[in-house]
Write a protein that binds this ligand. Sequence first.
Ligand code: BYC
Length: 314
Amino acid sequence: MEEQARKEKFQERIDKGEKIEPKDWMPDRYRQQLIRMMSQHAHSEIVGMLPEGNWITRAPSLRRKMVLLSKVQDEAGHGMYLYSATETLGISREEMIDQLLSGEAKYSSIFNYPTLTWADVGIIGWLVDGAAIINQTMLARSSYGPYSRAMIRICKEENFHKKQGYEMVATMAEGTPEQQEMVQESLNRWWWPTLMMFGPHDDESPNSAELLKWDVKQKTNDELRQSFVDRHVAEAHAVGLEIPDPELEFNEETGHWEFGEIDWDEFWNVIRGNGPMNRERMNARRQAHEEGQWVREAAEEYARKQKLKEEKAS
Ligand code: BYC
C-alpha cells in the first residue's frame, strides 16, 4: 500500500477509536512522538522519586514512613512499566537511559524544585499526583495500546498517592499554628510549579495538534490545567488553605476558577536545565546508575546462565 493510503487507513482506525498495537503499521512521526512523550514520562517517574525520597529517613512516624516508602517504590514501578511500554516502539531501555543521563531527554519540570519541609511530602502527593491523575486519566484513553493500558494501572496507584497526600495536608491544616503555617508555606511554593506541569499554553504548544489528531491527547494543556485548578481550589478551601494567587476568582457564568498568569520565563528556564535542583537531580541519577552497575552485570550473568541451563535441558 502506498504511504499516503496507509496514513489514511491509520487515521481511520484512530477515528474509529481502535487501539494501535506495537506490530501494527504506524507513521514514523506517530512512533517518534510516542517515544518522546512516553520516555519523558518514564524519566519523570524515576527522577520523581528523588524529592520525596529525600524525606524517607526523616518521616515523623512509622506509619508515615511506611506510606512514603511504598509511594516512592510505586513511582519506580511506574518508571519500569513505562520504559517497557516505550520499548515496544523499537527503542531500547539503555538508549533511553543514556538520553536521560546525557541531558538530552526531558523530564517533568516539577521535579527540579527542592523539598524543604515535611509538609512538601503531603503537598506533592496532593498537588503533583493530583495533576498527574488529571493528565493520566486522559492518557489512559490514548490511541497507543501499551501506553493506555500502562496508564490504567498507574492511575489506580496515583489515586492512592493523592489521597494520602491530601490526608496529610488536611491533618496539618487542622493542626498547631506551626503546622498550619508550614503547610500553607509549602502550598505557596508548589502551586505555580504544579500549574506548569501541564505544559505551555495551547497556542505555544508545538506538539499538541499532532497528538490530538492521533488521539494520544484528547484534551489540550490549558483544558487540563483548568480542570486541575477547579478541583484543587475547592479542595484547598475545604481544609482552610489559601491559594497563593491574588487574581483567583470564580466566574459564575463559566463555572470555572479564573487564575493569574504563570511565570513562563521560570518554566522555560527550568526546562533548559537551570531550575533550582536540575544539576543535583541529574548528579543523583548518574550516581545511582553507576552504583547500580554491578546489579545490572549480575542480572545479565544470571540470565545468561539460566539460558544455558535451559538449552542443556532441551
Ligand atoms: N516539564 O508541545 P508541548 C508524575 C516540553 S510524573 C518538562 O505542549 P506535549 C509523578 C515538552 O516536552 C509526570 N518539559 O508538549 C512522578 C516539549 O518539548 P519537546 C510526568 C515540558 O508533549 C513521581 C515542549 O515543552 N507526566 O506524575 O504536547 C511522583 C513543548 O510542550 C513540560 C508526563 O510526562 C513540563 N512540565 O505536552 C509524583 C505525562 N511541559 O519534547 C508524580 C506525559 C512541556 O518537544 N506527557 N514540556 O522538546 C504529557 O502529557 C505531555 O508530554 C505534556 C507536554 C503535557 C507534559
